[in-house]
Unconditional design. Structure first.
Length: 229
């Protein structure tokens, strides 16, 4: 390449022809470490994965009786999803938009404690990957499947909410447990101690975030960066 057309950031070297390409020198670029959930970076916090809550779900409890048929409807952003569900000797037959899918059912006894029959566990057998699941999900591009990594690859909302401070969700869950137990019992005292620890973690996380944001603001002269990337 002629010297006049040398791109910015590339330094010509006499050894470049023998190496097949010019050698690039290291430029002094500022290192910017993105905080969790893009806090202070100007980036987006929208989830980049498909979530379980966004996909219509067929549960075992939604199945009709043997040799019966029921029509189920889910409201989706693309419109109503209507599926006709039938339980036969060959398994569960799902008819959606003219496409029929047969899903197997697996049942086995649950021996709990001493002697006797303690119920039967029943699970779907995913038609796509063969996993045992208690619920199936619908994705328009591929149809019915399970939330497994090798199938529809769906994730729960809690894995992508408030990741910058997991203690918030843990504290909320402990408060719900506390409301369901006796206020003077041993379990209530244990839950209160756990809530105090989570509150301390929340405050520690807030102090750390304020410290890091203040440090970044002072580093840039009190001005917020338009594009930190």
């Amino acid at each position: 390449m002629p010297p006049g057309n040398t791109p910015i950031g590339v330094e010509l070297n006499p050894l470049a022809p023998s190496l097949g390409r010019p050698l690039a020198f290291l430029r002094n670029r500022e290192k910017f470490t993105h905080m969790v959930a893009a806090l202070g970076s100007g980036g987006s916090t929208a989830p980049k994965h498909r979530l379980v809550s966004d996909a219509p779900r067929l549960r075992l409890r939604d199945l009709p009786a043997f040799d019966k048929t029921v029509t189920l409807t889910w409201q989706t952003p693309a419109g109503a999803l209507v599926t006709r569900v039938s339980v036969t000797a060959a398994g569960v037959v799902l008819v959606t938009g003219g496409t029929s899918v047969r899903v197997g059912l697996r049942e086995w006894k649950m021996p709990i404690g001493r002697g006797g029959d303690h119920g039967t566990r029943r699970r779907f057998v995913c038609a796509r990957c063969g996993s045992f699941r208690d619920a199936l999900h619908w994705v328009a591009e591929v149809g019915w499947g399970c939330r497994g990594k090798d199938c529809l690859d769906l994730e729960h909302n809690c894995r992508h909410e408030q990741r910058w401070c997991p203690a918030i969700r843990r504290r909320a869950r402990l408060l719900r447990k506390l409301a369901r137990c006796a206020p003077k019992g041993l379990k209530a005292r244990r839950l209160r101690a756990q809530i105090v620890r989570e509150q301390a973690a929340m405050l520690s996380n807030l102090r750390r975030a304020n410290r890091d944001l203040t440090k970044r603001m002072n580093h840039h002269g009190g001005r917020r960066r338009a594009n930190p990337g």
